[in-house]
Write a new protein. Structure first.
Length: 185
């Protein structure tokens, strides 16, 4: 006798599709959050690379005399030519979200969006990344002061938290995601 060949029933196919749908609904948000976290960490690393080069420049020259930078990094401006080459091989111009990094040096460093009473000197600088939303803010909600430096920290618990800015002042983080040590204190 010939055995009859049988395929999948509609119910079996629907069950498999439902299982795949449930797994996708659980895994895709975590994957998207991991991508954004990787971009944030990459931006933080690049800001520290430029900040380290700027600290080296200040160590050699004393201040930012003759170098002006007040906003987006662009090629061939005095800041880029002063820091590039000798202090860092390649300066990243755009963040991982494809928005220009913001840099401020000298007395203009307080314009980095820090809502604090900071008296900037000729040797100060700030580097800023606007985050996933590609726009300035919500830095106004973050109150960094020298007496309470943790005021510039924020927790990353949802996708909207990647819209927050990243700011390094003189090579130290003043606005950025908090670590478990800061969150626990």
């Amino acid at each position: 006798m010939l055995k009859k060949m049988r395929g999948f029933t509609l119910i079996e196919l629907l069950i498999v599709v439902a299982i795949i749908g449930i797994l996708a609904a659980l895994l895709i948000p975590n994957a998207l959050e991991a991508i954004q976290k990787a971009k944030q960490k990459s931006a933080m690393k690049e800001i520290m690379v430029v900040s380290t080069a700027a600290v080296d420049y200040i160590t050699d020259h004393g201040d930012w005399t003759g170098v002006s930078q007040n906003g987006p990094l662009v090629a061939a401006n005095p800041f880029m030519t002063g820091v590039a080459g000798f202090y860092v091989k390649v300066i990243p111009v755009n963040d991982p979200w494809n928005t220009p990094y913001q840099a401020y040096c000298g007395k203009t460093a307080v314009q980095a969006g820090i809502s604090a009473a900071i008296d900037a000197g000729e040797d100060d600088f700030a580097m800023t990344c606007w985050g996933r939303d590609k726009g300035e803010g919500p830095i106004g909600q973050i109150n960094y002061t020298t007496s309470a430096p943790e005021g510039g920290r924020y927790n990353v618990s949802k996708m909207g938290d990647f819209d927050n800015d990243l700011v390094a002042w003189n090579g130290s983080w003043v606005v950025g995601p908090s670590t478990t040590l800061i969150a626990g204190s």
